[in-house]
Structures are given as C-alpha cells and as structure tokens.
Ligand binder design. Structure first.
Ligand code: SF4
Length: 316
C-alpha cells in the first residue's frame, strides 16, 4: 500500500489554506473510494501502454499484463478508450520533447520529492519530461467531477518543485510547464512559469505554511477547500462559520427585502453542503457503528438497505 505524505501535494490547497487540518486529518482512518480505486486502475493501464511504447517492457510482458488487467472488475472498453485519450496526449508530448532534445528524459509514475520546501513531502508525477530549458509535469485525473485548472495549482507546483529538485543539478532548466489532463471531462489545462518564480513560491509561500502545518499549528480557516477534508463532518471551525452565516441579521420590516433574499441565496449552497455532511456523518455512525443519537431514531427507507435519521417525535 502506498504511504501518503502528511503534507500531500493533492491535499495542498487544503493545508495551505488551513494548516492545522493536516495533523487533524492524519487521525482519521484512510478510506479509499470506488472512484479512487477506479482512478488507480486507469493509471496502471496508462502506465502499461506508455511503458510498451517506450520499450520499457517486452511485448510478451505487455500482453500478459494487459490480459490480466482486462479481467479486473474496473476494466471496460469505455474505460480503456478514455485511458487511450490520455496515452495519445502523453505520446504527443513525449515525441515533442524528443524532437526538441534528442536525449530528453521521460519518466512514468515518477516519485517526486519536494521535501526541501515541505517536510517529508513527496508525490507521484504521472509523466515527467525534461528537455533543454523546459521541464514538464503531466497529471492524469480520471474522475468525472469538476474540471481542474493547472493555473495557480499548488499540487502541480509541488510536483514541479520535486522534479526541479531532482533534475536542476544535471540540466539547465529555466521554465516549468504543468499540465492536468481530464480525459473524461475533455479538459487539458496547462500553466507555465519561470523556475525562479516557482522557487520563490516554494521558499516564501509553501515552506513557511508547511512548517506550521507539520507541527499542527496555524489557524483553522474554513472555505471551499473543506470539500475534501476528512474532518469536515465534525470540524468545529467549519460548524461555527456556517452557524454564523445562518445567524442572519434580519432587519425590519417583517417581510424580507429582495436584497436580503439575495444574501441568503448566496450563503445557502455552502450551508446546504455543510448540513448534508453532518447528516451523512450522523447516519454513517448510526448505521455502521451502532451510534445512538438522543432524540433521533434510525428508520429503514423504502428502498432496500437505505436508512434515514428522523426526530423521534415525528411519525414515520
Ligand atoms: S473542515 Fe475546513 S476548516 Fe475544518 S480542518 Fe478541514 S479544512 Fe480546516
């Protein structure tokens, strides 16, 4: 099983905004979702196809491993087609890099160590290309969720720092390119920055906050980055922020004015998301851990094995 860094690149938007979240999250048991497992499978398939192209594996070995992957429960023709879209983009980039620099370095699933800036920080670059002057890191995101931009993306910057850490001694690199590819969302996003600016960000933005986060210090700061935080269900700072939002300061007269309704609409999405998280947590504790919540009862829904929490006083 892959050990994750406390200050992971994928969680960096969260811990850069809310440093103490890293230590708090570390107490929560790691649970891999079906989506994450499918993503891992897609990465393995993509790596195999690219390794075959790069002649890192024999045809015999390629066919043997592909046959085995085709028996996996995540395999489907549709998934392979989506993986192939990424493989085609990766090949285009590999060929472009080799055309520019004959002995370009091409790495698949490369371990990238960005610990000089972030203690014990490391991650995996799906594709790393090192040519004269330019280093590129490509990240495959296989989900169907939201489109992710590579611009101002701290995950990609940390990967790029890890790659610079490894290759800047041997190569004269002035520019980094960071590309995110989401084949299922038809999204390719690339950001480019001078190496000196990346190093400045690493030293003056990432490093001081990472030092706080590693010690569990800093301020809790709720925001959109709470979306994937493992403690979002029971986080006090998030609860207080939303309860504060809900405590709307109503003015006279007795009916709400249009601008007040607009203000409520503006905060309603965040409030709904928080309430849903708290409800999901309470339900999970009741169904899977026999937790009893005073004043509430667990009832079986209409469809098989669906449960709901209802106040005891209400008729079910
Ligand atoms: S839920 Fe939000 S505020 Fe709370 S620890 Fe996580 S990131 Fe920080």
């Amino acid at each position: 099983m892959t050990k994750h860094a406390l200050l992971s690149a994928s969680g960096s938007e969260r811990w850069l905004n809310c440093p103490p979240s890293a230590k708090l999250e570390a107490r929560v048991e790691e649970k891999s979702s079906e989506y994450a497992r499918e993503g891992t499978f897609a990465h393995v398939l993509a790596e195999l196809k690219l390794a075959c192209y790069l002649e890192n594996t024999t045809t015999l070995e390629y066919n043997r491993r592909l046959k085995k992957l085709k028996q996996d429960r995540f395999y489907s023709r549709e998934l392979e087609d989506d993986v192939q879209i990424y493989v085609d983009l990766a090949l285009e980039k590999i060929n472009g890099a080799k055309a520019r620099t004959k002995d370009a370095v091409v790495l698949l699933e490369a371990k990238l160590d960005y610990s000089p800036w972030v203690r014990e920080g490391f991650g995996t670059g799906d594709l790393v290309l090192v040519t004269d002057d330019v280093l590129e890191v490509v990240d495959l995101k296989f989900g169907r969720g939201v489109q992710v931009s590579a611009v101002d993306n701290s995950q990609m910057r940390l990967y790029a720092l890890g790659a610079i850490n490894q290759f800047s001694v041997l190569y004269s690199i002035n520019t980094v390119k960071m590309t995110i590819h989401q084949p299922r969302l038809d999204n390719i996003s690339t950001a480019e920055m001078p190496v000196k600016d990346l190093l400045h960000w690493g030293e003056h933005v990432a490093k001081p906050i990472a030092d706080l986060a590693f010690q569990g210090k800093g301020e809790f700061k709720p925001g959109v980055h709470c979306r994937f935080c493992k403690v979002r269900f029971t986080c006090r700072a998030r609860a207080e922020e939303h309860l504060q939002l809900a405590r709307h300061d109503f003015k006279k007269p007795p009916l709400l004015a249009e601008e007040e309704i607009i203000e409520i609409l503006a905060i309603s999405e965040a409030l709904q998301s928080w309430v849903s998280d708290v409800q999901a947590y309470a339900l999970d504790q009741a169904v899977n851990h026999n937790k009893e919540w005073p004043g509430y009862k667990l009832i079986e829904g209409r469809s098989y094995r669906r449960y709901e929490m209802r106040p005891k006083r209400r008729r079910s």
